[in-house]
Design a binder for this molecule. Structure first.
Ligand SMILES: [Zn+2]
Length: 155
């Protein structure tokens, strides 16, 4: 079940993840939607990586913040499991004021590196001092993933 929590009550690790997602949002390139998204992912090796959405004129080649964060973590640390991902989204000049959960495309991408762990945390910033927290198991039930192909990603 989704829980609401004060950012200051999160673990230091999760506060850091939220801060990095907020920072990444500042770098987004969404000239078409004007919807700025930032994400930060925590790898099971302790590595953290940031991502933001990057829109392109053909729309199809748009990169989502969650995917950029995970791909960047892999680029730095190799294929690795993830423990948590923080996401924040809002129009350019607005403070985040509502939960922005990963889209269907990104839920599949997140699941790919969860290594079968349905308890991987997903945090979304809902105000300047609050987040909502869920898990990939809640957001992406009956997932299709590498396990369906008999493949294990990462270590
Ligand atoms: Zn997405």
């Amino acid at each position: 079940m989704t829980k609401k929590k004060k950012i200051c009550e999160l673990s230091i690790e999760d506060q850091c993840l939220v801060r990095q997602a907020l920072e990444a949002r500042q770098n987004a390139q969404p000239p078409y939607s004007n919807f700025y998204v930032g994400a930060a992912v925590l790898g099971s090796d302790g590595g953290v990586s940031k991502g933001c959405n990057v829109e392109r004129a053909n729309y199809t080649s748009t990169s989502h913040a969650e995917q950029v964060a995970i791909d960047s973590l892999i680029a730095s640390n190799g294929p690795v499991g993830i423990c948590a991902i923080a996401i924040v989204g809002a129009p350019r000049d607005k403070e985040p004021n509502a939960a922005v959960w990963p889209c269907g495309h990104c839920r599949g991408i997140i699941w790919e590196n969860c290594l079968g762990n349905k308890n991987v945390r997903i945090l979304t910033v809902v105000s300047k001092d609050e987040v909502e927290i869920s898990t990939i198991g809640e957001l992406y039930p009956n997932a299709f993933g590498p396990e369906d192909l008999g493949i294990k990603i990462g270590a």
